[in-house]
Design a protein. Structure first.
Length: 153
């Protein structure tokens, strides 16, 4: 009976953690320009910032959403003066993307946000002995595979 109760407690704690991170992922934030950006917007900026000159098709593929959805999101980011589209000099049909000056400020602000947010988690992980860290990583991998089985149902 005690083992079953332990399992329930662990599952409940895991669920609360997931809920908290889901909540964090929904909060619009200012990354240094006075403009509030939703996580879906900042993640596009992050990808464009890391791969300047990426095209719309590749951006859609990396984010797992349609080109039409990407185009809508890009229009919002262009209106906020964070992203620019430009023609590929080697292929007139290809539309490439880059960050504006303000987009670069947001990109750096997002890096600082993650550095601050991740530092606490990194600290906890670094306190673990290497063997426990490996066990923790293995358990996370197994939980991820388990979650994937529900996504692909």
């Amino acid at each position: 009976m005690s083992e079953k109760r332990d399992h329930i407690i662990i599952i409940e704690k895991f669920g609360r953690m997931i809920n908290k991170f889901n909540y964090i992922e929904k909060i619009p934030r200012d990354f240094g320009t006075g403009k509030l950006l939703y996580p879906s917007e900042i993640h596009l900026i992050e990808t464009i910032g890391k791969t300047p000159g990426i095209n719309v098709t590749e951006l859609a593929k990396r984010h797992g959403i349609s080109k039409a959805a990407i185009s809508q999101k890009l229009k919002k980011l262009e209106k906020k003066d964070l992203v620019e589209r430009f023609k590929d000099s080697e292929n007139e049909k290809s539309v490439l993307l880059k960050l504006t000056t303000e987009g670069k400020i947001v990109f750096k602000g997002h890096e600082r946000f993650h550095s601050k947010m991740d530092s606490g988690i990194i600290q906890k992980i670094s306190e673990m002995p290497p063997a426990k860290r490996k066990d923790f990583e293995r358990i996370l991998d197994e939980i991820n595979r388990y979650a994937d089985s529900f996504i692909n149902m």
